[in-house]
Write a protein that binds this ligand. Structure first.
Ligand SMILES: O=C(O)CCCC[C@@H]1SC[C@@H]2NC(=O)N[C@@H]21
Length: 237
């Protein structure tokens, strides 16, 4: 059964989705709110969102319905969210490795993928926060919303319904791993451009060349190519 549930207020859609995964055959079930009070980001960070301005959404997908490796599924999710926001905004949208969604140089969406077992079934919980109408952001943050970046105000209910259908379609029809990797690299933020990175507190210029099938990013420095895992390197932008 694929359904979409709404909660007026919710701690975290990734945590509360268990309440709506009622049957062993539940798959592609979504839960959303516009008022998430304990949003979680990657690596134990918090995800803070202004009430009634942004979308917090989680879709539960059975792991055995996905043929991609975890790294590739992570990339594929970023590709799908990127594509949806590009279609919605009619703008260029990029993926900042490993899975932040960038519109006009600001992060407008973040993705948190977790694996959990409910009713004896293993699920990917794909949580996406999309900043849609929020007007003000911390000046030093790299965050923005679709509104701050395009000047357009989208209807939250319309967006979530379209987004849910879009993701179901994508997850039911995943392409090959080669296509995922190519699609990811085609939309990689700051690929082939000189950027500033921070490695163990030291700043260095380098050029992003590619993301690989093991989840690493390859960056060219003066002394050659080097590969990094997430958190080993920070792109300053
Ligand atoms: O960029 C990140 O660190 C990931 C942020 C993910 C936020 C979304 S909002 C919906 C879902 N529920 C959560 O608590 N987190 C994810």
């Amino acid at each position: 059964m694929s359904d979409l549930f709404y909660q007026k207020e919710c701690s975290s859609t990734n945590d509360e989705i268990s309440q709506v995964l009622l049957y062993p055959d539940s798959n592609f079930v979504g839960l959303y709110t516009f008022n998430q009070t304990k949003g979680r980001g990657q690596y134990g960070n918090t995800w803070i969102s202004t009430a009634e301005k942004n979308l917090a959404y989680t879709i539960a997908v059975k792991t055995d319905s996905i043929s991609l490796s975890d790294f590739m599924f992570n990339y594929y999710t970023a590709i799908a969210v990127r594509q949806y926001i590009a279609i919605l905004t009619e703008n260029t949208v990029k993926i900042k490795w490993p899975n932040d969604i960038i519109l006009a140089n600001k992060k407008v969406a973040g993705i948190l993928i977790e694996k959990r077992k409910y009713n004896g079934e293993n699920y990917f919980l794909i949580g996406t926060g999309i900043n849609i109408l929020q007007e003000k952001f911390d000046k030093i943050s790299n965050a923005g919303s679709i509104f701050t970046q395009t000047g357009k105000k989208h209807d939250l209910q319309t967006v979530v319904k379209e987004f849910h259908q879009f993701l179901i379609e994508k997850f039911k029809n995943p392409p090959s791993e080669i296509e995922v990797l190519d699609g990811f690299n085609e939309n990689l933020f700051r690929k082939d451009e000189i950027s500033v990175f921070e490695i163990e507190g030291v700043r260095q210029n380098g050029i992003i060349r590619k993301a690989d099938e093991n989840g690493k990013i390859w960056i060219e420095f003066e002394n050659g190519l080097q590969a990094f895992y997430h958190k080993e390197i920070k792109l300053l932008y």
